[in-house]
Each structure stands twice: as structure tokens, then as C-alpha cells.
Design a protein around this ligand. Structure first.
Ligand code: HH2
Length: 273
């Protein structure tokens, strides 16, 4: 139960991506007008998304940060209208000021790519009754892909996510409100991303629902030769199926229709029905 919304983890949840930004790597510039963004948010739900993740700041490698005021101006009309229409909205932000406005407008989940880098975030989650996604990132978007280094990539990220989730619970966030996300592509090489996906069961074993965001990311372009991000939905669907097989609870995707098919087939194979 997240802010009055029932989100059952019996089924794999699909989170649709809605970037209200000029510069996101896949859908940047397509939904900068609130009307176009709202329409696309509703289309994501019609195509199978259980949650729509609204972002007002790109976190693609090399992206510059956006001011609090600009981010709030971008997301507010979209979050407000989608929530009013009954959509379960997640706000993709690392800024507590933005998250607070989104929550007031009806958002149910805070998706924080900084993994609660700002200590006010868990307090806000606790006070609002929102759900939270705690994600791992090495470095900051502007420079994170320059030279990511780990000893044991899975062990280090698991330890980080476990510690941040424990800190959040100490700040009053209920355990059942927390999901964790290894942060595919956030300060990770292709080999790091592949190892995380191969060993996803180790994240699942920590005991929180695991979210995975592979959708259209650069490593899929390298593996398939697909240079245009929107041509990577088939490759994304393969990662979705394999993530489901390893126990992922939530997948964050640009194309819910193909992800839903991957989820349905993967779950049938896993459960035998
Ligand atoms: N990936 C992106 C943004 N937010 N949140 C979570 N929890 N996990 C992810 O993997 C994740 C995320 C990046 O993708 P996108 O939103 O499509 O691009 P951009 O950051 O350029 O807006």
C-alpha cells in the first residue's frame, strides 16, 4: 500500500518512462509541452504500465543539472493531471523540493537516482507515506561514465543499497515502502551492467523489491549495433525477461507493450503456468 494505492507485487510491475525534458537520451524534447506529456502518460498506461515515472531532469551521461524551479515547472502540470486521472505517478528526482511538490500534487512514489543522497529525502518519504526507489549511482551524471571502477561491482552496490535502505528505515520509512535499484548505466561499464544483470538474484536476496532500468540504454546499442535509442525495445525486452527470471519486481521501460509481453512469457516459464 503506497499513499492509498494498492500495488501488488504478485505481478511484475511495469513503470513507464515519461521525461518532461528537452535532453533525455531517448524521449528528450518529445514531451516538453504538458499536453503532449499527459497524453503520452495515458498512452503508457493503456499499453500496460502500472506506474508512470515523470522526470524533469535528464540523468543521461554528460547531462547538466537543472534548477529546482525549472524542474518543478516542468513536472507540475503533468504530475498533477495524471494523478487527478487516477494514474499512479512516480517522481524521478533527487531533489527533496521537487519531490515534495510532486507528492502534494498526488505522486505516490519517489524515484531517487541518488539513493537518498540528500538526507531530507527519507524524512519526506516517511512523512508523506510515499513509496521510494533507492538507486545506486557512482559519481554524477556529468562525469559518471568517464572511468567507473569497482572491486566487486555486485557486492559493493548491494552493500550501498542495503545501507541506504537501513538508514531510511531509521528515519522512519517503513520497510515495505522501499524498493532498490542497481542503477544500470549510472557509473557502470558494459561489463558492469552485464554482471549486475547476470547476478540480479543477489540483489533480490537482500529482501526488498528490485527494480531494473535497462530500457534503450547505450550498452544495448553497443551489443546490437542499434544506434537509435528507440530501436532498442527488442533488446530491452530480452533484458526484461531475464530480469524477471532472476526475480525483478519492477521494470522501468519506455515501451510498456513489448515489456509486458516479455513479462508474461518469462513469468509463465518461471511459474509453469
Ligand atoms: N534510468 C534513468 C532515469 N531514472 N531511475 C531508476 N530507478 N532506474 C533507472 O535505471 C533509471 C532511472 C535513465 O533513463 P531515462 O529516464 O530514459 O533518460 P534520461 O535520464 O536521459 O532522462
Amino acid at each position: 500500500m503506497i499513499r492509498g494505492s494498492e500495488l501488488s507485487l504478485e505481478a511484475t510491475l511495469i513503470m513507464g518512462v515519461l521525461n518532461v525534458t528537452p535532453d533525455s537520451f531517448s524521449d528528450g524534447g518529445r514531451y516538453v509541452s504538458a499536453d503532449a506529456a499527459i497524453e503520452h502518460g495515458l498512452a503508457l498506461v493503456a499499453a500496460g504500465a502500472h506506474i508512470v515515472d515523470v522526470g524533469g531532469e535528464s540523468t543521461r551521461p554528460g547531462a547538466e543539472s537543472v534548477s529546482v524551479d525549472d524542474e518543478i515547472a516542468r513536472i507540475s502540470p503533468v504530475v498533477g493531471e495524471l494523478a487527478r486521472r487516477g494514474v499512479i505517478v512516480s517522481i524521478d528526482t533527487a531533489k527533496p523540493e521537487v519531490a515534495e511538490v510532486a507528492i502534494d500534487l498526488g505522486a505516490s512514489i519517489i524515484n531517487d537516482v541518488s539513493g537518498f543522497g540528500d538526507e531530507r529525502m527519507p524524512e519526506l518519504v516517511a512523512a508523506s507515506g510515499a513509496g521510494a526507489v533507492v538507486m545506486h549511482m557512482q559519481g554524477l551524471p556529468r562525469t559518471m561514465q568517464q572511468a567507473p571502477v569497482y572491486g566487486d561491482v555486485v557486492g559493493e552496490i548491494c552493500a550501498f543499497l542495503e545501507a541506504r535502505a537501513r538508514d531510511a528505515m531509521r528515519a522512519g520509512v517503513p520497510r515495505e515502502a522501499i524498493a532498490i535499484d542497481p542503477g544500470i548505466g549510472f557509473g557502470k561499464t558494459i561489463d558492469h551492467n552485464l554482471e549486475i544483470l547476470r547476478r540480479l538474484d543477489e540483489f533480490v536476496a537482500i529482501g526488498y523489491p528490485v527494480m531494473v532500468g535497462t530500457s534503450r540504454k547505450a550498452f544495448l546499442g553497443v551489443l546490437t549495433g542499434r544506434e537509435v535509442a528507440s530501436d532498442r525495445d527488442l533488446a530491452t525486452a530480452v533484458t526484461v525477461a531475464m530480469a524477471v527470471e532472476r526475480g525483478a519486481a519492477v521494470v522501468r521501460v519506455h515501451d510498456p507493450a513489448s515489456a509486458l509481453e516479455a513479462v508474461l512469457v518469462a513469468r509463465a516459464i518461471v511459474s509453469g503456468s
